[in-house]
Design a protein around this ligand. Structure first.
Ligand SMILES: [Zn+2]
Ligand SMILES: [Zn+2]
Length: 327
């Protein structure tokens, strides 16, 4: 038997035995085709051919995947070719299959390779960080804008993107209410990526399919951190948050306390109340995005606000009459 036939016989024996998750689709002289699978999403098909002068030349390797990024596969193909070169003169197939199997085990974040690269393009500040921790399948992210920051750990579960990312251990110097709101919204975005909406779509809509949540969530967080510090009050047009976060007004009763309305835009507390208490009534909307204004500190209906305003006006007229009388 020739060199290749001997190697193929051993590959048939060893691949299933030593590499759980590796399935040989074909193992003949013209082509070795193996599927290496860790989860439904983390799966690679390796197509391996023997060059004419094998084993004095490296194997010809082509990697395919229905789920993993093309760019990742290109890079991985180059690395595999270098691996094969290390075994020149010897058997090369098993080392390559082992290498690929280990790659999938040791790099759980490979399932969001493109998303990670897209997010990195958004993080352009010198103090921004996006550190991959393959060992724990997590990412340490620091999003910074001027003196404001939002730090977090993002965990990518093994069955990603079927399950969404988890955002953990957050730390920030935005006002506490902002932190809660930002984190709550980000978690909601993640949830919506993987859970079908309660409201049924049209009968002809395709069935719900979980979507990757990493890029969507981090984009939202980056936008919050990089835009909020410059946001103006929708009423008086002054910048709401102080340049230095240590001067944030913590007292909720203070007229200048910054309030975030439901759409995400900002008001000073008194500016919000003044705006809500004065006409025209009936359709109070955010100047910037046009959304109807909701805020937990303002629970008065438009009708009641209008009545109160009318009362106040009447009282002012009365007082003016009294004043006139004494002049
Ligand atoms: Zn204001
Ligand atoms: Zn708005």
């Amino acid at each position: 038997m020739g060199f290749i036939e001997n190697e193929l016989e051993d590959v048939r024996k060893l691949a299933q035995q030593n590499l759980p998750g590796c399935k040989l689709v074909s193992c003949v002289k013209t082509m070795v085709r193996a599927e290496i699978k860790r989860t439904q999403f983390k799966a690679i098909i390796a197509c391996i051919q023997f060059p004419e002068k094998y084993p004095d030349l490296p194997l010809l390797i082509e990697l395919k995947s229905k789920t993993l990024s093309d760019k990742l596969l290109q890079g991985l193909t180059n690395v595999c070719e270098n691996e094969a070169k290390k075994s020149i003169g010897n058997r090369q197939v098993m080392p390559i299959l082992e290498f690929l199997q280990n790659f999938l085990i040791e790099n759980p974040l490979s399932c969001c390779y493109d998303e990670i690269n897209n997010v990195k393009k958004l993080l352009t500040d010198d103090h921004d960080e996006f550190k991959l921790k393959q060992k724990t399948s997590s990412i340490l992210a620091k999003i910074v804008f001027k003196k404001y920051f939002f730090h977090m750990k993002i965990y990518v579960p093994n069955n990603y993107p079927e399950a969404s990312i988890e955002i953990q251990n957050t730390e920030s110097n935005f006002p506490p209410a902002f932190q809660r709101h930002i984190l709550g919204q980000a978690k909601e975005i993640a949830r919506q990526c993987v859970e079908s909406p309660l409201k049924k779509g049209k009968p002809n809509d395709p069935p719900f399919k979980p979507k990757p949540s990493l890029e969507k969530c981090v984009c939202f967080l980056v936008n919050c951190v990089k835009l909020l510090p410059n946001e103006q009050c929708q009423f008086c047009k002054e910048q709401c948050l102080p340049v230095d976060p240590q001067f944030i007004e913590p007292n909720e009763e203070c007229p200048k306390h910054v309030e975030r309305i439901y759409c995400g835009h900002l008001f000073h507390k008194d500016c919000l109340f003044t705006y809500m208490k004065t006409p025209p009534f009936g359709n109070k909307r955010c100047h910037t995005c046009g959304e109807k204004i909701f805020h937990h500190k303002w629970c008065v209906s438009d009708k009641l606000a209008e009545t109160r305003w009318a009362h106040e006006q009447a009282r002012e007229r009365e007082l003016a009459e009294v004043e006139d009388f004494f002049k």
